[in-house]
Design a protein around this ligand. Structure first.
Ligand SMILES: Nc1ccn([C@@H]2O[C@H](COP(=O)(O)OP(=O)(O)OP(=O)(O)O)[C@@H](O)[C@H]2O)c(=O)n1
Ligand SMILES: C[C@](O)(CO)[C@H](O)COP(=O)(O)O
Length: 230
């Protein structure tokens, strides 16, 4: 398997969490969310390098955490941008030039397991771009701004998308570069490749791989981790 470089965007403000500070530092089983996320990749034998992208005001704390936990694969801790996409673009640039396969994983998804990550790597090895997603449990409706229902898209063809997302570095950098040039923003990195016309493969994700976004997610994440420890 090719050498893998990990980019962890962790430069958000966590507004929906409402903690008043970056949610990556909230504790789960006594450890900051970001520590859980980084540890997973530190422990993976497939991973050579990790880049963490943080907000300017958080960089020192992140450096201390990396030092304290002896995360030796972390090669750079750099300042992020205004949007997640800006943070990822900057993060990819900080990987060594030898890294040609890049995984992007939200700092706010601390529940990915080594087993799920390795299965993802194996299932996506042949694809230049691939992502994880899960089937939807609810019916989805498209609505207008007033709330009027416009349509009910068939659920079979829909997935709720997660990270990790894996890419050949060349096309990821090209997509980010072109998107930046014209000011195109997507809510994940795969959207930029789709926009460029590159194929993106979907593989099955994990129901437990939630993004800790709101206080109820923190509650759920704590319970999932407690269950795993039991
Ligand atoms: N400018 C930004 C915005 C987000 N992120 C990161 O992208 C991931 C997914 O974003 P999200 O869960 O939306 O985090 P926040 O942007 O912090 O949340 P909110 O939108 O509630 O402020 C997070 O790990 C977040 O830190 C980032 O690196 N740079
Ligand atoms: C990348 C992502 O986690 C896939 O679901 C999601 O799009 C990030 O969105 P956010 O609004 O930046 O949390």
């Amino acid at each position: 398997m090719a050498e893998i470089g990990i980019v962890i965007p962790a430069a958000g403000q966590g507004k929906r969490m409402g903690a008043g500070f970056n949610k990556q530092f909230l504790l789960l089983r006594g450890q900051p969310i970001l520590v859980h996320t980084v540890r997973l990749f530190e422990e993976s034998s497939y991973v050579s390098e990790i880049v963490i992208v943080g907000a300017e005001s958080d960089l020192l704390v992140i450096k201390e955490l990396v030092y304290h936990h002896k995360f030796l694969k972390v090669v750079a801790i750099i300042q992020g941008g205004a949007q997640r996409q800006d943070s990822v673009r900057t993060g990819v640039q900080a990987l060594s030039s030898t890294i040609q396969r890049v995984v992007v994983h939200d700092g706010a998804r601390p529940l990915l397991t080594l087993q799920a990550f390795h299965r993802f790597l194996e299932e996506t090895e042949e694809f230049s771009a691939a992502i994880m997603g899960i089937q939807l449990k609810d019916t989805i409706k498209r609505v207008d701004l007033s709330g009027k229902v416009l349509e009910t898209p068939p659920r079979e063809g829909l997935r709720a998308v997660q990270t990790p997302q894996i890419f050949d570095r060349g096309i990821l950098e090209e997509a980010h570069h072109q998107a930046e040039k014209v000011g195109y923003y997507g809510t994940d990195d795969a959207a930029l490749l789709e926009w460029m016309g590159y194929p993106v493969q979907m593989v099955e994700g994990s129901q437990e791989n939630i993004k800790v976004t709101t206080p109820d997610d923190l509650w759920l994440a704590e319970r999932i981790l407690a269950m795993r420890e039991a």
